[in-house]
Write a protein that binds this ligand. Structure first.
Ligand SMILES: Nc1ncnc2c1ncn2[C@@H]1O[C@H](COP(=O)(O)OP(=O)(O)OP(=O)(O)O)[C@@H](O)[C@H]1O
Ligand SMILES: [Mg+2]
Length: 467
């Protein structure tokens, strides 16, 4: 385990000796300094220092100045001020600008030990908090792609891992799971983001035109070819070509596509010249591509070329815990677009929405919220606002069994979501309510209901004169 680092600064070397013995004994890692300037230099070299115990009046940088400079760089580092007789006012000043505690000299070892332990506990808590906050930022989603689900987080991580490599990626997943969104995120998060990103939806191209779309054509090579045309491979040279719905590519074209990917060579329709291209291929499909290979509708060798990295997006019914945050995300989005003020989804309606299987996945959920917001009159999405199909779907026999487990996850999600919002706002309820799309009063009620401990969120340093 890592030892807590503690810098002690005082111009009396006897005192430093005492501290060294005490801190060694307690299992900490002490760094001893004779004046404020040295202490600051030591701090710069050891920015993970947990605690600084400093004299107030010293040659060079004073205790107060040291405190200010350190806090600017690392608010998590705690400070204990030592004062000589009669300088309590300065000690209070130090507390007001962020010191954790002060002790007056001469002091009892026991007292200083307790103060050190308390300060370290607080420093550790703060570090945990800021770690959590960082995690939450990433976790709520990734650039507008919402997902707390484990599988989604793995996908976000992969996107970051492959930022600077040009491997081909195949994105799988049911319709509406966000394949196109992920493809775009792969581009914008890569170091090639300034290079072209060209999309072709393979399901919309007539069979006869495929080759010319991909590789271009020479004027006169067929009836409609009135001029030379560049193909999409050339358009996306040095960048990304996104082949959406790749399973729809006609079998005859697949071998030519394979050659283009494999050798980086293309030949325009009606031309006998070969051109070199350097294109990274992203592709997506909601089809079962392995089955298509078995049925000999998709070339296996092409499959191996395009799926150097394979991402499978989970269906919404397999990431139900994401439903409430997605709903919140779309409520905010469509409130803004449609200039409405929908506040939240009533509890019972939310249960239905979580129970529903969403065969159209996130697209279906997004469309539902948009429609509900357009139609809504009382600013709350309630059971009455749900289509009949939802309610019928959820009227299965196992409803009650499921309900119990769902309500549990719903509660859990509620607690987690509220906690995250409070962490983001350092415990400010009004701001947290804004993030959550609710009001302060309702949030306060939920905090009470879930017994959420407000003490765990950052609060400004305070001074308890009774200590
Ligand atoms: N995780 C997400 N967070 C927020 N919005 C999402 C998320 N996933 C998908 N969406 C939204 O859902 C809609 C459908 O996503 P997208 O078009 O990327 O799905 P798809 O998998 O390509 O679907 P299809 O197979 O039908 O082409 C889009 O409006 C997209 O912005
Ligand atoms: Mg798509």
């Amino acid at each position: 385990m890592r030892k807590n680092k503690i810098i002690v600064v005082d111009d009396e070397s006897n005192l430093l000796e005492v501290f060294k013995r005490l801190l060694d004994e307690l299992g900490y890692f002490p760094i001893l300094c004779n004046d404020g300037d040295t202490a600051f230099k030591q701090f710069l070299a050891n920015q993970d220092t947990d605690l600084i115990i400093s004299d107030l009046r010293m040659p060079g940088l004073s205790g107060i100045d040291l405190l200010k400079k350190v806090k600017e760089i690392s608010p998590e580092t705690e400070f204990i001020i030592m004062t000589g007789f009669g300088s309590i006012e300065n000690a209070v000043k130090a507390i007001k600008i962020g010191a954790f505690d002060f002790i007056s000299k001469p002091f009892q070892l026991d007292k200083i030990r307790i103060s050190i332990e308390n300060a370290l506990e607080r420093s550790n808590l703060k570090k945990e908090n800021s770690f959590l906050k960082k995690q939450i930022k990433d976790k709520f989603g990734f650039e507008g792609i919402i997902g707390l689900d484990y599988k989604m987080i793995q996908i976000f991580k992969t996107i970051l891992k492959i930022r600077n490599i040009k491997s081909n990626v195949l994105i799988l997943g049911e319709s509406g799971t966000g394949k196109e969104l992920i493809a775009k995120a792969i581009h914008t998060n890569s170091i090639f983001k300034d290079k072209p990103f060209v999309t072709i939806n393979c399901s919309t191209i007539p069979k006869a035109l495929f080759e010319s779309e991909l590789f271009g054509h020479k004027k006169g090579s067929f009836t409609d070819a009135v001029a030379d045309k560049k193909g999409l491979f050339e358009e996306s040279d040095n960048g990304i070509l996104f082949l959406d719905e790749i399973a729809e590519i006609p079998f005859e074209v697949q071998s030519k596509l394979l050659r283009a990917i494999q050798n980086g060579e293309i030949r325009a329709v009606g031309s006998n010249k070969i051109k070199k291209v350097n294109v990274r291929i992203l592709s997506a499909t909601n089809k079962n591509i392995k089955k298509l290979i078995e049925e000999q509708k998709f070339r296996e060798d092409l499959y191996f070329r395009i799926n150097i990295i394979e991402l499978t997006l989970p269906s919404l019914k397999d990431r139900k815990e994401d439903i409430p945050i997605l709903i919140n995300h779309f409520i905010n989005k469509y409130n803004e677009i449609l200039n409405k003020k929908i506040k939240y989804v009533a509890n019972q309606a939310m249960n239905f929405l979580i129970l529903y299987d969403w065969p159209g996945n996130i697209r279906e959920l997004e469309n539902f919220i948009e429609r509900a917001i357009v139609m809504d009159i009382d600013n709350i999405i309630d059971v009455d606002d749900l289509p009949k199909t939802f309610k019928e779907f959820t009227k299965v026999d196992v409803f009650h069994d499921i309900e119990n487990t769902i309500i549990k996850t719903l509660e859990q999600t509620e607690i987690e979501t509220i906690t995250r919002a409070l962490l983001q706002t350092n415990g400010n309820k009004s701001q947290a309510a804004l993030i959550l799309g609710t009001n302060r009063k309702r949030l306060a009620r939920l905090i009470k209901k879930h017994l959420i401990d407000m003490g765990q969120f950052d609060s400004p340093p305070h001074f308890d004169p009774s200590k």
